[in-house]
Design a protein around this ligand. Structure first.
Ligand code: PMP
Ligand code: GLN
Length: 399
């Protein structure tokens, strides 16, 4: 085999995608969606909705193309979208950000994360603290950046971080504390005590807080509290979100970062050489979405709560133990009582035996931690109710 030098291998290795034989395999999302397609199974793996979002948001994109919004947008993003993001932060969270200096539009939350991690870490001594299990891109990006991943475990069944483990993870080497709240894959929602401890530690060790809040409008029992609203946080926090989940447009890839102007400038220095700018006509459409009435946001969360409840009830009836999520698209279930010792193998069997695809939690952890999560499986609830009911019926044939 030809030797190809470069950062690609450590990126794949960081994400756990290099096999013992040195092969690079696709991400868990690509693998499981391909499995669903090949077996005709219901795809509760990759988190994407099976219904379109608001028609007026889709129409706004069509109108933008029709009126000729088809050339490069300004480097920081279309001005009206930056304004809409600033208005959104004020309307929902009472946060004030300057649309011209403190908002950056990105190609999804993914590019925002990539540019931020690359911008804020410089050498192998730099550490990024993440909560484990973590969204797969985090470990990949930290490896690409050449920095070191330091993990704080979130443990079954409530996936709350232990304050002592969090304290122990943060040091003067910590450049970034990467928060994901509401959390993928566990669905956990942090409490204010955890948020305040993160701020306290970031302040003490002069670290930047980067917070991924793509599920900000998908919480069930409480409304979302951005960590940037906590005392002392705003000056050292970059908040990331995107329109994909909120408007059921995961294929549009319009995201944003908000935070202090000097930190945004640092992120731009990298971001402008990744995509330069994301797609123009989707930007006014997402601006339209961000200005939808409160009723839209209430219904979005209420509908997903019904789906979470239907999925949870189906999983319990099928013999799983269920961790009830406070937010996000996802529910984690323990399949130990159904004989699962190896979640990945279990997920493949599930597709073939009963026609449901899910994701093993082991895809979101470092190799040493895999045993702790070996029987845990993530199911996505962002599907039509009748699809979830059919999935529940199929799962019911397992035992
Ligand atoms: N962060 C988290 C926690 C996610 O679950 C996802 C994907 N669903 C992303 C980032 C990526 O978001 P985007 O599609 O906007 O790049
Ligand atoms: N965020 C989605 C999930 O967690 C997947 C996105 C992707 O395929 N990279 O399911």
């Amino acid at each position: 085999m030809r030797e190809i030098p470069g950062a690609w291998r450590r990126t794949a290795e960081g994400a756990g995608l290099a096999t013992a034989a040195g092969e690079i395999v696709p991400t868990i999302f690509a693998e499981m969606t391909a499995l669903a397609t090949a077996t005709g199974a219901i795809n509760l793996g990759q988190g994407f909705p099976d219904e379109d979002g608001p028609l007026e948001v889709l129409d706004a994109a069509r109108a933008a193309i029709a009126r000729g919004d088809n050339q490069y947008a300004p480097g920081r993003g279309v001005a009206d979208l930056r304004l809409a993001v600033a208005e959104h932060q004020h309307r929902f969270y009472d946060l004030t950000v300057d649309p011209d200096r403190e908002v950056l539009i990105t190609a999804g939350a993914t590019e925002a994360l990539a540019a931020t991690i690359l911008a804020l870490t410089a050498d192998p001594g730099d550490e990024v603290v993440v909560f484990e299990p973590y969204y797969d891109a985090y470990a990949a990006l930290v490896s690409l950046a050449g920095a070191r991943l330091v993990t704080v475990p979130l443990e079954w069944p409530d996936f709350r971080p232990d304050p002592e483990r969090l304290r122990a993870a943060v040091s003067d080497r910590t450049r970034v504390i990467l928060v994901n709240d509401p959390h993928n894959p566990t669905g956990t929602v942090f409490d204010d005590a955890t948020r305040d401890l993160i701020v306290e530690l970031a302040d003490r060790h002069d670290a930047i807080i980067v917070t991924d809040e793509v599920y900000e409008h998908l919480t069930f029992e409480v409304t979302h509290t951005p960590i940037a609203t906590r005392p002392g946080a705003a000056e050292r926090t970059l908040s990331i979100s995107s329109g994909g989940k909120t408007f059921s447009t995961t294929g549009w890839k319009i995201g944003w970062v908000t935070g202090p102007a000097d930190l945004i400038d640092a992120v731009i220095a990298v971001k402008q050489f990744l995509t330069y700018v994301p797609a123009t006509p989707f930007q006014p459409a997402i601006a339209h979405g961000l200005r939808l009435a409160d009723d839209f946001y209430r219904r979005l969360a209420a509908d997903l709560k019904d789906k979470r409840d239907a999925l949870g009830a189906g999983l319990e009836a099928a013999g799983f133990e269920v961790s009830v999520p406070g937010g996000s698209y996802f529910t984690v279930a323990d399949a130990r009582s159904l004989g699962a010792e190896d979640a990945r193998r279990f997920c493949h069997e599930l597709a073939h035996r009963v026609g449901v695809v899910a994701i093993p939690l082991t895809a979101f952890v470092t190799p040493a931690e895999k045993p702790r999560y070996a029987s845990l499986v993530r199911f996505a609830a962002c599907k039509k109710l009748d699809v979830l009911e059919e999935a529940a019926r199929r799962l019911g044939t397992l035992s």
